[in-house]
Design a protein. Structure first.
Lengths: 299, 396
C-alpha cells in the first residue's frame, strides 16, 4: 500500500479485507436472492395453500399438503414409475457402460477416436435427442422397426405407445452409457499392470482376476457413476417430455411436479411439498451410495 | 524346488537388443544374484524366466522341462516385485491367501466333477461364488497356512490391515509371505529392497537371506546394489550391455574379475587400475619415476596373455592390497583421505589423472599432497589387457 501515498493523497486506501469483501458480497447477494431465499420460501409454501396465479395470500395449512400427496394413489404411481425407470435405466447403463469400458481398456489403432465418437450422444441436448428418437421409434417413418426386421406396418410395434417407459429407458441408456463408460475407463486404466502380473504369477485365471482385482478396484468409480445416474434418473423430465410428452405410464415425479406447479391450477403450495419429498428421497439414496462408497474405500 | 537353465535366451525390442543370447544354469536351491547397472537387461532376464516377458529366442528349462512358452501361472514360480504389487483393496491376510484361493478356482472342475456346461459356468460366471464356497470348505487349511507364513515373517499382528497403512518393510514382508505361501519351485525377486529405506534394507536383506537358508528354495534375485549382491548371493551373475560379464561366487567376482567392467563395478570403491607399459623384462613402466616390478609367478602369463605388441597393460588391485610404507616401489601424492570409522581410505594420485585407493589404518594421519610410497601385495595384484578389456589369467 506504499504506492498509494506515492501516487497522491486522493486515492482511497483499501485494506485487503475490504477488497475481499467487495468481491464476495455481490456473489453472496446473488446466491441468497436466487438460491437460498427460494429454497426457504418454497419450504414455507409447502405448508400453505397457495397458487401464484391467485390474488389470495398463502394460507397456512400445516402438513395437509404432505398428507394429501402421500395418500393420493396417483402420486404413488408417479413414484413407482420413477423408481422402475431409475432401476432399469441405471442398471442397464452400468452393464452397457462397463462392458464398453472393458472392450476399450486395451489400446488399439483408433481406440481414442472410437472413445470420442461413443461420447457423442452425451453431448447432444436431451430435447434434440427426444425429437430424434421419436422419429426413430415412429412406426411409419422410423428406422428402428425395419432394423429389427418388422416388414409389416400392421404388426410392427408402436414403441412409444405400447412400451413407453421402456422406450425412454432405451434412449436414456443410449445417451448416458457413454458417461458410465468414461468413468469406468478412468477406473480401469488406473489399475496398475503389476497387479495383473502378480495375479498371473499367483496362478489366478482371467475370470478370477476379473472378480477379485478388476471389479473391486473400479468399484469406487462405479458407485459414483451409479450415484450420478440415479440422481439424474429421479430428475428425469426432458427425455420424457420430448419422447412421450408424459403420457400415462411415463408420468415421472418430475413431470407430475411440472404439471402441478406450472399447468392447470398452478398448485404452488402442494407442488412445493412434492418437490421437498423428492429432495428427501434423493438425499436418502445419495447417502446410501456414499456410505457404500466409503465402505469400499476405507483403507 | 527346481534347476533353471537358460539356453541362448535373448530379448529384442524392435531393433534394440535388451538381452543378448545368454546361457546360464541356476542349480537347485541356489541363491543367484543378477547384478548390473540399470538398463543392463537383468530385470528383463528375470521377467523372461518368470514368463511375464516372452523370449525373442532361446529355451528356458525348469528341471529339464521346456517352459519357454508357458504362462507364468504354469511355471509354479513366485515373483517379488520392487514396488510390492500388493492388492491394495485386500487386507494383508487376503493378499497372502490369494494364491491359495486362485488355485482353488483353477481346481474347481476337478473338485466337483462338473460337466462341460457346469465347468464353463463355474469357471466364468459363478467362479467368485464357487471359490467362496470352496474357500469355506478349505478355510481351516488356508488359514493355517497363512498363519504359518505370517509367523515365519513375523507379521501376524498386521494380517488384518491393508497394504496402504503398512510401512515399506512390512509391505515387502507381506509380499514375501504371498510368495512363500504356495511353496513354489523358484523365487524370482526384482530389486525387492530397492523401494525401502536404508534402515529397512539392512534388516530385510538379512531376513531374505535367512528365509533362503531355511527354505532352501532356488532363488533368482535382481539388484543393482553390489553390496547386496555380495552379501546375499551364492553366485553372482554380473551383467552389462545386455550380456553376462562374469558368473562366479562373490569372492571370485571380487578377487578375480573377468574384465575391466567387473573390476570397476564390484567393490566400493572399485578396483584401482593403473595404465602402464610392459618392457618385456619383468618391469611395467607407469610414468616418470614409477616402475612396477611384476611378481615372478606372473611373468610368463603376462607375456603369453598380452595381445598388443606395444606392451600396453593395466595393473589392478583392491584397496586392501595396497600397503603404505617408506620403501615401497611406487610413489604417489595423497589426494584425499576419508575416514571410514574403522579404517581410512587413501586416495593416491600417481599423476596423469590416475587415482588409486589404498586402505590404511585409521591411526595413520596423512596430509593432503604429502608424498608417500606404497607396495601392492603380490598375491592380490591382477593384470588386464586394455585392448580386449579382459583379465589376464595366471597360469597355474
Amino acid at each position: 500500500m506504499s504506492q498509494t501515498t506515492m501516487q497522491g493523497p486522493t486515492r482511497r486506501h483499501l485494506s485487503d479485507r475490504r477488497v475481499i469483501q467487495l468481491f464476495i458480497v455481490p456473489t453472496m447477494l446473488l446466491l441468497i436472492l436466487m438460491n437460498i431465499f427460494p429454497l426457504i420460501y418454497s419450504l414455507y409454501l409447502s405448508f400453505t395453500e397457495y397458487s401464484i396465479i391467485s390474488t389470495t395470500a398463502p394460507e397456512w395449512v400445516g402438513l395437509q399438503n404432505y398428507r394429501d400427496i402421500l395418500s393420493d394413489e396417483r402420486f404413488w404411481e408417479n413414484f413407482a414409475i420413477t423408481g422402475r425407470y431409475a432401476l432399469y435405466s441405471v442398471s442397464l447403463q452400468m452393464i452397457v457402460g462397463f462392458g464398453m469400458a472393458m472392450l476399450l481398456k486395451e489400446k488399439f489403432r483408433g481406440s481414442g477416436l472410437l472413445t470420442t465418437l461413443i461420447l457423442v450422444p452425451m453431448m447432444v441436448s436431451p430435447v434434440v435427442v427426444g425429437v430424434f428418437w421419436r422419429n426413430i421409434f415412429n412406426p411409419s417413418i422410423g428406422i428402428l422397426n425395419p432394423l429389427l426386421g418388422y416388414q409389416n406396418l400392421e404388426t410392427s410395434p408402436e414403441w412409444l405407445v405400447e412400451y413407453p417407459l421402456y422406450s425412454i429407458v432405451i434412449v436414456d441408456v443410449w445417451m448416458w452409457s457413454p458417461f458410465v463408460m468414461l468413468l469406468a475407463l478412468a477406473g480401469l486404466s488406473a489399475i496398475p499392470d503389476y497387479l495383473y502380473e502378480a495375479a498371473a504369477i499367483d496362478r489366478a485365471s482371467s475370470w478370477f482376476q476379473f472378480w477379485r482385482i478388476t471389479l473391486p478396484q473400479v468399484m469406487p468409480l462405479l458407485i459414483i457413476a451409479v450415484l450420478f445416474r440415479t440422481i439424474e434418473a429421479f430428475k428425469q423430465f426432458d427425455l420424457v417430455m420430448g419422447l412421450t410428452g408424459g403420457r400415462p405410464g411415463t408420468e415421472t415425479v418430475s413431470v407430475r411436479l411440472y404439471r402441478e406447479a406450472l399447468q392447470g391450477q398452478f398448485e404452488t403450495g402442494s407442488s412445493s411439498a412434492l418437490a421437498y419429498i423428492v429432495l428427501v428421497i434423493i438425499i436418502a439414496i445419495s447417502n446410501l451410495y456414499i456410505r457404500a462408497l466409503n465402505r469400499v474405500r476405507e483403507a | 524346488m527346481a534347476t533353471i537353465e537358460l539356453l541362448e535366451v535373448e530379448k529384442r525390442f524392435g531393433d534394440f537388443q535388451a538381452v543378448k543370447p545368454l546361457n546360464l544354469t541356476i542349480n537347485d536351491g541356489e541363491f543367484v544374484v543378477l547384478l548390473g547397472p540399470s538398463g543392463c537387461g537383468k530385470t528383463t532376464t528375470l521377467r523372461m524366466i518368470s514368463g511375464l516377458e516372452a523370449v525373442s529366442g532361446g529355451t528356458i528349462l525348469f528341471d529339464g522341462r521346456d517352459v519357454t512358452w508357458l504362462n507364468p501361472s504354469e511355471r509354479n514360480i513366485a515373483f517379488v516385485f520392487q514396488f510390492f504389487a500388493l492388492y491394495s483393496h485386500m487386507t494383508a491376510r487376503q493378499n497372502i491367501s490369494f494364491p491359495l484361493e486362485a488355485e482353488l478356482g483353477a481346481d474347481i472342475d476337478n473338485d466337483l466333477g462338473l460337466g462341460e456346461v457346469g465347468r464353463f459356468l463355474s469357471q466364468r460366471v459363478f467362479q467368485v461364488f464357487m471359490v467362496q464356497w470352496l474357500r469355506r470348505r478349505h478355510r481351516a487349511v488356508i488359514n493355517q497356512r497363512v498363519e504359518e507364513v505370517a509367523q515365519l515373517l513375523r507379521i501376524q499382528r498386521l494380517l488384518d490391515r491393508r497394504p496402504g497403512v503398512l510401512s515399506g518393510g512390512d509391505q515387502q514382508r507381506v509380499a514375501l509371505a504371498r510368495a512363500l505361501v504356495r511353496e513354489p519351485a523358484a523365487f524370482l525377486m526384482d530389486e525387492p529392497l530397492g523401494a525401502l529405506d536404508a534402515e529397512f534394507r539392512e534388516t530385510m536383506r538379512a531376513e531374505i537371506k535367512r528365509l533362503h537358508i531355511d527354505q532352501h528354495a532356488t532363488t533368482v534375485y535382481v539388484t543393482h546394489d553390489q553390496i547386496e549382491a555380495m552379501a546375499m548371493g551364492d553366485r553372482i551373475v554380473v551383467m552389462s550391455d545386455a550380456e553376462i560379464q562374469q558368473v562366479g561366487t562373490p569372492a571370485e567376482v571380487y578377487h578375480d574379475p573377468a574384465n575391466l567392467f567387473v573390476a570397476r563395478f564390484i567393490g566400493s570403491p572399485g578396483m584401482s587400475l593403473i595404465n602402464g607399459q610392459y618392457n618385456g623384462q619383468g618391469m611395467i613402466r607407469i610414468n616418470e619415476g614409477n616402475t612396477y616390478r611384476i611378481p615372478d609367478d606372473w611373468k610368463a602369463s603376462i607375456e603369453r596373455g598380452l595381445t598388443g605388441d606395444d606392451g600396453e597393460i593395466i595393473i589392478g588391485f583392491r584397496p586392501e592390497a595396497a600397503h603404505v610404507n617408506g620403501d615401497g616401489d611406487l610413489s604417489a601424492r595423497v589426494y584425499a583421505d576419508d575416514l571410514h570409522g574403522g579404517y581410512s581410505m587413501l586416495h593416491l594420485d600417481l599423476g596423469e589423472d590416475t587415482i588409486v585407493h589404498a586402505r590404511a589404518g585409521r591411526e595413520m594421519q596423512h596430509e593432503i599432497d604429502e608424498a608417500l610410497r606404497f607396495t601392492i601385495d603380490p598375491a592380490s595384484v591382477r593384470f588386464f589387457d586394455p585392448r580386449t578389456e579382459a583379465a589376464i589369467r595366471k597360469a597355474t
